[in-house]
Design a protein around this ligand. Sequence first.
Ligand code: D5M
Ligand code: FE
Ligand code: ZN
Length: 492
Amino acid sequence: MREELLTFVSQRGTLLEPDAIEFLLVQQDPIAELEGFLRSCPETPFLVTLADIRHSAEIARTAATRARPVPPSPRRSAASIPASFRRLGERAADAGPDVRILRDITGRSTCEGTLEDFTRYFRHRFQVLREMLRRHRELGGAQDIAKAQRSTREIRIIGMVADVRTTKNGHRILELEDDTERVPVLLPADSPLASETVVPDEVVGIVGTVNGKGLVIAASLVRPDLPTTKAFPGTPGHARVAFMSDIHVGSRTFLDEKWSRVSEWLGGADEVAQSIRYLVVSGDVVDGIGVYPRQDEELTIDDIYGQYEALAGMISALPDRLAVVLLPGNHDAVRPAEPQPAFPTSIQKLFDSNVIFAGNPSVLSIEGVRILAYHGRSMDDLVSSIPGLSYQRPLDGMKAMLRMRHLAPIYGGKTPIAPEAEDHLIIEDVPDIFVTGHVHAVGVDQYRGVVLVNASTWQAQTPYQKMRNIQPAPARLPIVDLATGQAVIREF
Ligand code: D5M
Ligand code: FE
Ligand code: ZN
């Protein structure tokens, strides 16, 4: 049995504390017991301790006696925060906060939106992503399209996708463009490539051959993607970051009772609450004014400053140990085009000094852990372009962004983009944590060592979402441990 258990553990990519092995081996069905625990985790933990297993067995027993299933992940209840997560936390009040904004557009916007600005913007995007692709072994020695087109051997090219279409025979054809030429690329229907979804404006590499008619027949498609291995940097202490998004203060559907609950919990005696030193809020912090037609009918506060004042009061009532980072989203009072700058001084001055204002997107360093925070507007465009993606599963959309190394690859959809001199939406450096909001869903996961968080909302289903059958998952609080990257979700 020991062999089988250890094989199972290694297949699941986790480690078992020696005491946990011994404990499991005397259970009736060690593997089922461990599997039950792993199922309750929002992501596979790096190490499973004896305390975790015991705690999980306890929950299973309680659930069985109440004849009620344990809530499936990621909709975890308070009781299902693993015991080790609870135990390892340290009181956040014991140390000062360490937050830096490493990168955002605030104070650095130069564009006016001229045609030249757009040309320069897309050229920058293409060059940066092409350099990333050139570092892939498969694309070593990639040629300009104009040159490759005349080759009779295997070719490697890198281009931006100008168009994607499907032929009547089920082949997919990309129009791939670089600064020298534009060429059609066939992803054959009978190859695994046919099931690849390629979106307009993403930058990809192709290995293939050119046929007699100047059509490139692709043998493989390469995305910039993340390196396959990356360790979580891990702070020496176990301070935690909580994530919120889409508070929508001022909306009739803002959940004030749920807010009171989370606010009370954060200020209370719970040891997990007390281990939270940082709160990152990824945009749509208020509902705004005039964001969509007849919005006034859905507002309880119809003055923009009134909305931010109310939010400032709510944040002020949170415990002083919390350093709070606020980003704007598409409902906030900054320009809608991304990258969005931080709130103007007229809004900032409404808040206490423990609030830090960052742009959308921004790269933050919290105790040295790099957090890429983005509101997530581009999810609207990804959901409508990639079959299988949905508003309920934003983590898939986030993984797609990481594979394309771009936060808003599709131009000309719902996401307005300002053509800045540099493309701030490129994911240039690999973050340790990547957080989004916007879709009013919740989830934690990881992709190639990057912890992924979609940060829920504090707004109930709106009439618009009801019409579109979008089911939000409000009042969930994802919490990440800065030492291990372990993520849990607390529901309110
Ligand atoms: O967006 C909250 C959610 O509702 C997000 O999933 C998008 C969806 N939503 C809201 N308004 C629209 C429009 N006009 N088109 C498509 N999808 C929409 P929020 O930014 O909080 O309004
Ligand atoms: Fe929102
Ligand atoms: Zn939004």
